[in-house]
Design a protein around this ligand. Structure first.
Ligand code: THU
Length: 130
């Protein structure tokens, strides 16, 4: 597993927030993740006039994971454009769980925690009929 540089992930999340398109909420968000092969992928929120169809930073980051070679999330940090730590919303926890699993680490106000603490008893691919 690659070594996790949390300060770099936090800085990359903050930098990604500068690319956000958030004219409706006014909250720019950036996220950054280390992948299992040592890449760092980032995302930013992209809103639109429908409000409800806006994309969170973690959603565009998941697209970047796939577009840049796939793999798994190992560690994730989210920051507002002002540098505040943000927790992933419910939908984004599901996405992080899909592509990072229970052991993916998340930067939280209570310290670095595994996804199993951030989304306990998650629904996942294993719950689907084969
Ligand atoms: N948002 C994110 O991008 N990620 C999060 O983890 C929390 C919320 C965005 C969605 C919306 O564009 C704005 O923040 C306000 O909710």
């Amino acid at each position: 597993m690659p070594e996790i540089d949390w300060e770099r992930l936090r800085a990359e999340a903050l930098a990604a927030a500068r690319h956000a398109y958030a004219p409706y909420s006014g909250l720019s968000v950036g996220s950054a993740a280390l992948t299992d092969d040592g890449r760092v992928v980032t995302g930013c929120n992209v809103e639109n006039a429908s409000y409800g169809l806006g994309l969170c930073a973690e959603v565009t980051m998941t697209g970047q994971l796939r577009l840049s070679g796939g793999g798994r999330f190992v560690a994730v940090a989210c920051r507002s454009g002002a540098g505040a730590l943000l927790m992933p919303c419910g939908r984004c926890r599901q996405l992080l769980s899909e592509f990072g699993g229970t052991t993916c680490l998340v930067d939280t106000p209570r310290g670095v925690l595994p996804m199993s603490d951030v989304l306990p008893q998650a629904f996942g691919p294993g719950d689907l009929p084969s």
